[in-house]
Design a protein around this ligand. Sequence first.
Ligand code: ATP
Ligand code: MG
Length: 393
Amino acid sequence: MMNNNEMLLLKLGEVVLKGLNRRSFEDRLVSNVRRRLKGCGSFQVYIRQSTIYVEPTTDNCDMEAAHAAARQVFGVVSVARAVPCEKTVEAIVATARTYLADAFAAAKSFKVESKRADKQYPMNSIQISQAVGGDLAELFPAVAVDVHNPDLTVYVEIREKHAYVHAPSVPGAGGLPVGMGGHAVSLLSGGLDSPVSSWMMARRGVELEMVHFVSPPYTSQQAQDKVLELARLLTAYCGRMIVHIVPFTEIQEEIRKNCPEEYFTLIMRRFMMRLAEAVAKKAGAKALITGESLGQVASQTMMALGVTEDVTTMPVLRPLIGMDKVEIIRISREIGTYETSILPYEDCCTVFTPRHPATRPNPEDVRKAEAALDVDALVSRALGGETWVRVKP
Ligand code: ATP
Ligand code: MG
């Protein structure tokens, strides 16, 4: 399927349902598409009637890469590679004949499906399909017409200026355009869960900023690099983002020295929440995101989650809360973070793990245990050591 005129048609999902906000959703989506396609060449990107047109403006555009990139933009439900032509049956047939020659050669049966966005057009969609299908059947006598279960469906769209011919479209990433769902800080570890939870919230239109806690020398530079790589993999969907690196060693050592072992993890997680909230406030973000899933580990029982979020007033979004590990792993494979997540480096969470963690903790007991620490001083020293990295696609 080679053609110099080839372009992309992106169909919008929920965006079309957004009533009065629709305009700003569409504007955001168009600008996200433009930004994400920059690395693939020079394109004209515009929107008409709930379809985004992506047209190469030079002949050195990488259409393969543009197609892949467009499929990763949230807010796009399907992507088709298409060729425009004049709005006549002859031109449509001639275009389908050359553009889809390989597909016809591989098919035993075909049908034509037409859509008419231009309601002034003199033929209706059934008439267009019949006329184009009849001519193509004559041109490809070895390929039978089968309107029920064809090997190949030829799509014809009659739009404002041109007709477009394409083979079936492929699914896009769905969801809402990043930026329309607010701004949140996601707690990113090197595990399987948090890249998936970040991706899920980004798909709901949330713009992300990451925070990652490190405990050198208990955790290694490789562990930190792995997290930056996970963030980089997510930029294909979310666009560029900032990753805040917050030192966590002193807090963990103080907890180990001064608190009962059964509460180590819980108190540590409360510090993560406080620090993440401070980072979020400074960034103007309005929520925190974690990869917690109910019952997955001792610190993710219902009561443990209550104790953990007791120290923050921000909403804590936990998109994986009701998901099984197999479902989480399936998504991590689909979005391409799995192979990096399973690299075996220590996370600070696994440094001082209690032998018998409390699974039914009482917030009051944990608060008392924590009173042995100078919480404010520890938080402000950790924040003082914060650094950040801007991660780009
Ligand atoms: P994951 O595999 O994604 O890390 P997990 O199952 O290992 O999750 P925990 O280690 O208990 O679970 O962590 C729960 C959540 O806390 C993580 O999903 C993540 O959101 C956050 N978290 C854990 N460790 C860190 C860290 N070092 N930096 C930032 N966030 C972290
Ligand atoms: Mg983890």
